[in-house]
Design a protein around this ligand. Structure first.
Ligand SMILES: NC(=O)C1=CN([C@@H]2O[C@H](COP(=O)(O)OP(=O)(O)OC[C@H]3O[C@@H](n4cnc5c(N)ncnc54)[C@H](OP(=O)(O)O)[C@@H]3O)[C@@H](O)[C@H]2O)C=CC1
Ligand SMILES: O=CC(=O)O
Length: 406
């Protein structure tokens, strides 16, 4: 591999490394994974050769952009990156809002899955073949098998979501594929929805409203639809990340709730600002009146809120989940709601999605279920589109992503 230089820090046993290479037209970079003391030389060369082929084309274009710039032409960032990504082929697995796809179409060949319903696995396998980049939804399972079907030229997967549990990130790293997500811009919208669910579940908002729609509203009832109030009660945030914090801010600041939270990392700033206390999950469940789940879905958090955990909650408590359905054991939740072992639940996420209309949770009068709409505001979704497209364009050009998870 003439002209290819690979740097591996010898002091580190397992990590992702960025490998640089040089050609007559400049320098490129590729992320590869080193495992243990082996660097999988054949695999590595294969990945680097593939990336070099893709990036050399881009570099020729950069040179022509530089020539233009030298002649005094104004070249903005998008068109500069665009020149590098020209001729690349990308798949966008659903129509996304905003103007950003126009920007993408200016710089590469784009196919957008036109249906509202996601492509089946079979269709997805057919569609990804030969693509350099994928802009994916949280409902698309992007694993090593799919990346292999796409082919060796695949450089970047840009997920239109902050959560990336649908993507096998390790498989991406070993294949030199970078992965992006869309954090921050949906934090407020999702926290607002968590608060909405908390109130809706606490005050029977949906079944009470349905009573009116169904013509069953007979009279004002002194003992009808009695709910629970958050003011001065204890809020338990499971996972004090961006959305957990934003939810806590709303409920501590607005309703004077006391705060308990779980977190693997130190959150000293939260304690200073909101006066919260970091505790073990068992303590949080036993002492909280409202429990709101915000951890990422990983192998460690799958079924975190199982029968045992729900069994620790107060019978007057309300459970809210806007994170991922798999974090809560739904059978255990159905059982607890049926036995009135907890007061109510509000879910924006379920397993599966969509949850069949005849599922016991849908039928429960004590459970509010929304169709995964946490980030569904014009502001958030437009901003997510911008980030997802920026990530894709940067990944195709071999540049650092605006928001990367690899
Ligand atoms: N309903 C909806 O439409 C939306 C849902 N979401 C979901 O919300 C989640 C959180 O988003 P966001 O707040 O931006 O993400 P962050 O990364 O800021 O927060 C994630 C939290 O998960 C915790 N966490 C991660 N892994 C583990 C683990 N193995 N065990 C315990 N805790 C863990 C982190 O804890 P630590 O600090 O200790 O690492 C962190 O507190 C997303 O992953 C997504 O699934 C997001 C947006 C919209
Ligand atoms: O669930 C939504 C996300 O962005 O993650």
């Amino acid at each position: 591999m003439e002209g290819v230089g690979i740097r591996f820090p010898e002091s580190v046993s397992a990590q992702s490394v960025r490998s640089t290479w040089h050609t007559s037209s400049g320098k490129g970079a590729v992320s590869v994974r080193r495992s243990g003391t082996l660097c999988f030389a054949d695999e590595l060369h294969r990945i680097i050769f593939r990336k070099r082929e893709a990036l050399v084309a881009g570099q020729r274009s950069i040179m022509s952009v530089s020539e233009k710039a030298a002649k005094g032409n104004r070249v903005d960032e998008t068109s500069r990156l665009g020149m590098e990504t020209m001729k690349h082929s990308v798949l966008v697995t659903r129509q996304i809002p905003g103007e950003s796809l126009k920007r993408l179409r200016e710089v590469c060949e784009v196919e957008v899955w036109p249906e509202a319903i996601p492509p089946s696995r079979e269709e997805l396998c057919r569609l990804v073949k030969g693509r350099h980049g994928l802009l994916t939804m949280l409902s698309d399972r992007i694993d090593g098998e799919l990346m292999d079907v796409a082919g060796e030229q695949l450089c970047v997967v840009s997920n239109y979501a902050v959560g990336f549990n649908n993507i096998d990130v390790d498989a991406a790293k070993t294949r030199g594929v970078v992965v992006g997500n869309t954090p921050d811009v949906l934090t407020d919208a999702t926290a607002d929805l968590a608060v909405s669910l908390l109130f809706a579940a606490s005050r029977h908002v949906l079944p009470a409203g349905n009573q009116v729609r169904e013509g069953e509203w007979k009279t004002w009832e002194p003992t009808g639809w009695l709910g629970v109030e958050p003011s001065d009660k204890t809020l338990g945030i499971v996972g004090m990340g961006r959305i957990g914090k934003a939810t806590a801010k709303r409920l501590v600041g607005g309703w004077g709730m006391n705060l308990l939270y779980t977190s693997r990392s130190d959150q000293g700033d939260v304690e200073k600002e909101l006066g919260g206390r970091r505790v073990e999950l068992d303590t949080l469940l036993a002492e909280s009146d409202f429990v709101s789940v915000h951890v990422a879905l990983t192998d460690e958090t799958r079924n975190l809120i199982d029968a045992d955990a729900i069994g620790k909650m107060k019978s007057t408590s309300v459970l809210v989940n806007t994170a991922r359905g798999e974090i809560v054991d739904q059978d255990a939740l159905v059982d607890a709601l049926n036995r009135r072992a907890i007061f109510a639940a509000g879910l924006d996420v379920t397993t599966p999605e969509p949850l069949p209309a005849d599922h016991a949770l849908v039928k429960s009068p004590h459970c509010v279920i929304l169709p995964h709409i946490g980030s569904a505001t014009h502001t958030s979704r437009n901003a997510m589109s911008e980030i997802a497209v920026d990530n894709l364009i940067a990944g195709l050009a071999g540049k650092p992503l605006r928001c990367s998870v690899t």
